[in-house]
Design a protein around this ligand. Sequence first.
Ligand code: ZN
Length: 152
Amino acid sequence: MDDIQRFLAHAIQLEKESARRYEELAEAMQSLGSMEVAEFFRQMAHYSRLHLKEAMQRGGFHDLPKLAPEAYDWPEGTSPEAATWAGVDGFMDVPGALALALDGERRSYDYYRSIAETAQDPEVKRMAEAFAEEEGEHVAQLEAWRERPARR
Ligand code: ZN
């Protein structure tokens, strides 16, 4: 992964899926009546979209970059955010939703970290490091939510 445009195309895809996932989770939590958690997920969706926009600006993309599916190079053949994402089912509860979100954030973190560690291109390396740092913050936020005693 030594081409900044290609790296950004991956980051954009990842953030797009992340935002979509958080929106689905927010809706599921809202229908459970867990407004606070729903609000938190909406906020996370918002940050994913900001991140997406930032990646697009840095890459100079005016439209979402479209790579052919086979041009993407994901560790598990699918983007880390989508890897365990089969959609929200009707039985999702708050701990289940937080666990699913945490899993996605950890995968994103690992993905950016591994690029930061293996990239030769200094710009790719620097950006992957910055993105990994942000994902690390998301992981910490989700862990904090999981430790909250009362979740409504
Ligand atoms: Zn994240």
